[in-house]
Design a protein around this ligand. Structure first.
Ligand code: THU
Length: 129
C-alpha cells in the first residue's frame, strides 16, 4: 500500500505546520490510518508548563480512539524543523500509547522520503496485561 504510506507521510508533514511549539520550535506532525480505513492527524501542542506538552502522535491517537476507532494500522511521524536528513522516531511514551491500540507499522519521514518499520521492531517486549 505504497500510495497510502506516501499519503500518511505527506499528511504528517502538512499537519506539523499547525504545531503549537513556541518553546522548542520543534514542530512535529503525525498521521495514522486505522484498520477501518479512516485517517486521523495530530501535531504537538506545547504548554508554558512544559510537562503539560502533548506529542503529535498522542494527539492523533486520542482523536482516533475518541471517535470510536479501536485498532491502529500505521502511524507516520514527521518533524519539519529537523535537519534535512534527520528522521524522528516516536518517543517512548507515544510508543506505549500506540502499543495499547495494537499499532502494526510506523512510518518515519525525512526530506528525502520515508521508511516503514514494524512496530514490534521499534518497541519489542511491549508492556500489556
Ligand atoms: N515531540 C513529539 O511531538 N513527538 C515525539 O515523539 C517526540 C517529541 C514533541 C514534544 C515537544 O513539543 C517537542 O517535540 C520537543 O520535544
Amino acid at each position: 500500500m505504497v500510495e497510502i504510506d506516501q499519503k500518511l507521510a505527506d499528511l504528517a508533514k502538512e499537519i506539523a505546520k499547525k504545531a503549537h511549539a513556541p518553546y522548542s520550535n520543534f514542530r512535529v506532525g503525525a498521521a495514522l490510518i486505522t484498520d477501518s480505513g479512516n485517517i486521523y492527524t495530530g501535531c504537538n501542542i506545547e504548554n508554558a508548563s512544559y510537562p503539560a506538552t502533548i506529542c503529535a502522535e498522542d494527539v492523533a491517537v486520542f482523536k482516533a480512539i475518541s471517535e470510536g476507532e479501536t485498532k491502529i494500522n500505521t502511524l507516520a511521524v514527521a518533524c519539519i524543523d529537523a535537519e534535512s536528513d534527520t528522521a524522528i522516531f516516536p518517543c517512548g511514551i507515544s510508543r506505549q500509547r500506540m502499543s495499547e491500540f495494537n499499532t502494526e507499522n510506523v512510518i518515519v519521514v525525512n526530506n528525502d522520503g520515508f521508511k516503514k518499520y514494524k512496530f514490534s521492531d521499534i518497541l519489542p517486549f511491549d508492556f500489556k496485561f
